[in-house]
Design a protein around this ligand. Sequence first.
Ligand code: PRP
Ligand code: ZN
Length: 294
Amino acid sequence: MHFPRTMQPNGTIRIAIQKSGRLSEGSVALLQNMGLSFETYQNRLFAPCRNLPVDILFIRDDDIPEYVRDGVADLGIVGSNVLDEQGAQVRRMLPLDFGYCSLSIAVPEQQVWKSVAELQGKRIATSYPVTLRRFLGERGIQAEVVTLKGCVEIAPTLRVAEAICDLVSSGSTLRTNRLRAIETVAKSQAILIASAAVTTGKTDMLEKLLLRACGVQEARKFKCVLFDVPRDAVSSLEALIPGSKNPLVIACADPLCVAAQVVVAEERCWDAVERIRAIGGRNILVSAIEKFFR
Ligand code: PRP
Ligand code: ZN
């Protein structure tokens, strides 16, 4: 694909994201949370940001590693499954905690096969031949790998293969096609990637964008907890709530009481609320953090 010259002004950062698919929504949300203002609508291939020298390219996810490797795009958001398959020479900057799925081997529901060991001598259709061959090799399974570009799930019905190896997210594609997963080959999530060769004049902007991406990602892992607590209980906070080092303490009108604020990991949040209540904490407000820079 060629982008007109006017769309490639010097110094403008290009970020490639999936045009339509599992990663599209999460990718757009991340970029918008990073403060990039741009329009999205169906069939759009290119969107300039209104507020920063950044262009968004909407392309097929399978093309993203190549675009980034070749420097056509400076950054990209892609599933680790695609990176592992292609072995593209790009820098993996940040796991993005969305787009979770597994590359799994599945067989028709009515088949008795329970593990990949039983697929000895059978045909497995996939769009991930490199990853699948590596997996089969490690397990010493001699199966024929049938490479298909898409619609892999229909291969058993068409008698092109006895089994498939494809991405499973919600599992609805497998259910619709009366297939059953029997083995996980690899796990995947979205990753922010960057070109290995950074063009002079782009470094500052790239660093800014990476800092923003980290701030957005970090914020998702924590909650802010604000509460009233008896003044004499403040000293026990650090021991009580792991990670709440140096809590912010603000005086209240009531001299026996203070307002305290701690930042806790999302998974420890409920536990923290219970512990705060146990030491007399009240009016506990738990809020999401929008950006978090440590
Ligand atoms: C994958 C895969 C299945 C679907 C599985 O496609 O090929 O079609 O997701 O998801 P489900 O378990 O929720 O039904 P993807 O979005 O990666 O598109 P692509 O295969 O065209 O790249
Ligand atoms: Zn794809």
